[in-house]
Ligand binder design. Structure first.
Ligand SMILES: [Zn+2]
Length: 751
């Protein structure tokens, strides 16, 4: 990295004092002073920070204590060694909701970190109420007349399909989680966090799906929220085929009974009616000739086709195999007016180990649902792409998971952007809108003022348009930013040159996955986008300048880059044996005849010629600073320097992103994946492993996070109790080998 610093404006200082991250900016040379600028850590000085050191030897620098652990949950490493990895925060072995750090770097060396941590937590987990008490309290709080588990048809269906006479939709268990009281007035301060059971309650009448957080110490209600990310509550007036005729949807048949189902086993996408198990082979959304043209199944087959295309966009364009990079199941559920209401709606929910996408009934076609309603099908490609993108966000930055309105607006805005992207990518369309197929609920990237039925702001806090609580509309600001960046244009006093749709796509995708966090604000997100762009395309690159202009056009005044100095371009992280080329780059000035002189470490075997330095070999893995001096014709001298590290950390590309078609790569059938149960979790002295459909035997190994085997056992019956009383508190990985099929699950031990 070069050594140019942004001017610290009042805005930047304000961001540095953001709650939740310990602040020590006044003292001289703390870790935070050295590395933290405008919302991110930049590890760009002479100290080499290896990834495994970040939350071990530097853990206290982040304000974390002995009871806090950062657990790596998401790690992508390219063949060249660039990594982006996400750490989630556990306190006394219990997840802290929304508290996370993303680390970006190369060859095992950390270069950037960002995110949001809840520090100074001191949760009492010694006195926890029984889970049943929490479930009872949650049901009492929701106070519905009937619940999902009280519908005998749905209960019978579940028992028949699972083959378990005791199966029920009743919430049998609930997860322990440390969470924040909902509402903008509660800051992300440790005092606003509490140990809770999260109980998800599906009610039928009145219909709702609610995350209920019950205080795990007292049994009192702590906080709650609507668990579903709702969309589209307007009333429709037209029906179209939307996305034309296609002959490529993946279905499944029973072989001899002349029925087909909307089950895409390769992509792990299952489309059923609401409340029906994903692996259901029964009578829902079936067709007898695999030709899905009848009105009563048109929404289901359209949605199924759309999810397959969205899935392909993510793997082909971004190398992402499902939201979790590991083929997580998508469960599309139609006729879901039970939770979405009777007008046309679509929604996303992460629950039961699936990405769930819901569609309400299509009012005009009696066979499509029981309740009927005023709306029409929402199964358009861009709308389904929007819902699936909510899953991508949930699995990465979790924007808005703590209820913060600006983060929710960003979540909706990015999902509109990628809904539009998926439609363009799949069909080659050129519109800048989402939902236009419905004709009555449309949001625009190019002009959010034209949104139907409610106009959206095109600028942050735009008078007459901005309404923070209408967060679908407030996403208009990031939509407009994306449009200006991709397409160019003059707006808000700025003229933006297009960087092109594909580059804008990369910038937005990289940012929302690895540079944002759960309660980020609009201006923070804008600054983070700038950081991401600089990290990937270079300071003062065309991309950097246009990203800044586009943000300033929509009223987000990120700093204007100082581009009149010189920079050195070149790899910052090298393998000890690697050779490399470094080049002096002049930004706003152009003087090929200037004079260059280099300051090179004595231990380097390197040759400097003009503005180019070639490193042939270095005889030490010590980090070094190199610098270059440029003398212009008028005698003006400019200097630039950068630190080069040599990696001494083993790294390898992650193998969980197949580049070839996924057929045959799924390790377990969906039925089997669902059949492994580990409970209770967190556990204290004993944990039960239950494997449904158990045939022969299975090998079980428990690993700690450093990869050491703590315990191993051979399981020979369907249910086994494992004694874990001798294992210390913490997070562990349980690896199960069942007839050569590997499964890994997380186990948390608390006492
Ligand atoms: Zn949405």
């Amino acid at each position: 990295m070069n050594k140019i610093f942004y001017t610290l404006t009042g805005i930047a200082l304000c961001l540095m004092a953001a709650p939740g991250i310990s602040s020590a900016q006044s003292s001289g040379n703390s870790f935070r002073d050295r590395y933290y600028r405008e919302g991110s850590y930049f590890f760009d000085d002479i100290t080499k920070i290896r990834l495994p050191e970040l939350f071990t030897i530097y853990k206290a620098e982040f304000g974390l204590g002995q009871d806090d652990d950062m657990v790596q949950t998401n790690n992508v490493v390219t063949d060249q060694g660039q990594f982006t990895t996400k750490y989630e925060h556990y306190h006394k072995g219990i997840p802290v909701e929304g508290s996370m750090i993303n680390v970006i770097g190369s060859k095992g060396i950390a270069q950037y970190a960002n995110g949001f941590l809840v520090t100074e937590l001191n949760i009492d987990n010694s006195n926890i109420i029984p889970v049943q008490q929490a479930i009872d309290a949650a049901i009492q709080y929701v106070g519905a007349t009937t619940y999902l588990w009280q519908d005998p048809l749905l209960e019978d269906e579940l028992k028949a399909e699972s083959g378990d006479p005791d199966a029920t939709n009743f919430p049998k268990t609930a997860d322990l989680i440390i969470t924040k009281k909902r509402g903008e007035q509660y800051t992300a301060d440790a005092r606003n966090y509490q140990l809770c059971y999260r109980v998800v309650i599906h009610a039928l009448n009145p219909s709702s799906v609610t995350d209920v957080y019950v205080d795990a110490n007292t049994g009192a209600l702590y906080t709650s929220q609507n668990a579903l990310e709702h969309d589209y509550t307007a009333t429709g007036t037209q029906w179209t085929w939307y996305n034309g005729w296609h002959n490529n949807i993946k279905t499944r048949s029973c072989g001899s009974c002349f029925n087909f189902w909307l089950h895409d086993v390769d992509r792990n996408i299952f489309t059923t009616k609401y409340g029906v198990n994903p692996w259901n082979k029964g009578s829902y959304n079936k067709d007898n000739n695999n030709n899905w043209v009848e009105n009563d199944t048109k929404t289901a087959s359209s949605a199924h086709w759309a999810l397959e295309r969205a899935w392909e966009y993510y793997i082909n364009r971004h190398g992402r195999w499902g939201t979790n990079y590991g083929g997580k199941r998508v469960h599309v559920q139609t006729a879901a007016s039970g939770i979405l209401g009777t007008s046309a709606n679509a929604g996303y929910l992460d629950a039961n180990g699936n990405d769930n996408i819901y569609l309400s009934n299509d009012g005009s076609y009696p066979g499509s649902g029981s309740a009927g309603g005023a709306g029409y099908s929402m199964a358009a490609l861009d709308i389904m792409g929007h819902e699936y993108n909510h899953g991508m966000i949930k699995a990465s930055s979790a924007l808005g998971s703590l209820g913060d309105l600006e983060a929710k607006a960003l979540n909706e805005g990015y999902s509109d952007i990628f809904g539009n992207r998926i439609e363009r990518y799949t069909l080659g369309t050129t519109d800048w809108s989402i939902g236009e197929a419905t004709g009555w609920l449309v949001r625009y990237l190019d002009n959010p003022h034209n949104d139907i039925p409610t106009p959206s702001p095109a600028r942050y806090l735009e008078p007459g348009y901005w309404n923070a609580s209408a967060y679908h509309n407030a996403g208009g600001v990031i939509r407009k930013w994306f449009y200006l960046l991709a397409n160019g244009g003059t707006f808000g006093g700025q003229t933006v040159s297009a960087v092109g749709l594909e580059t804008a796509d990369d910038i937005a995708y990289i940012t929302y996955n690895w540079w944002l966090w759960s309660n980020v604000k609009y201006l923070e997100a804008a600054n983070q986008t700038v950081h991401a762009t600089v990290a990937h395309w270079g300071r003062c690159s065309q991309q950097h300048k246009q990203v800044v202009k586009a943000f300033r056009a929509v009223g987000l005044n990120v700093p204007i880059p100082l581009c009149f100095k010189i920079d050195i371009d070149g790899p910052v992280i090298l393998q000890p044996s690697e050779s490399a080329v470094f080049k002096v780059r002049l930004n706003e000035i152009s003087d090929p005849n200037g004079q260059y002189s280099w300051d090179i470490p004595s231990s380097w075997n390197a040759v400097a010629q003009g503005n180019t330095l070639t490193l042939n070999s270095a005889n030490s893995i010590e980090s070094r600073e190199i610098s270059a001096k440029y003398t212009a014709a008028d005698g003006t001298v400019s200097k630039a320097s950068m630190v080069v590290h040599f990696s001494d950390v083993p790294w390898q590309p992650t193998n969980n992103m197949p580049v070839s078609p996924v057929s045959g790569q799924l390790e377990l059938l969906p039925e089997q994946i669902d059949a492994i149960n580990i409970y209770p979790n967190p556990a204290t002295n004993t944990v039960t492993i239950s494997i449904k459909g158990f045939t022969d035997k299975a090998n079980l190994e428990i690993y700690d996070l450093a990869g050491r085997i703590i315990k191993s056992e051979i399981l020979s019956v369907e249910k086994t109790n494992i004694d874990i009383s001798g294992i210390t508190e913490g997070i562990y990985l349980i690896k199960l080998n069942i007839n050569g099929h590997m499964q890994t699950k997380k186990l948390s031990i608390i006492r």
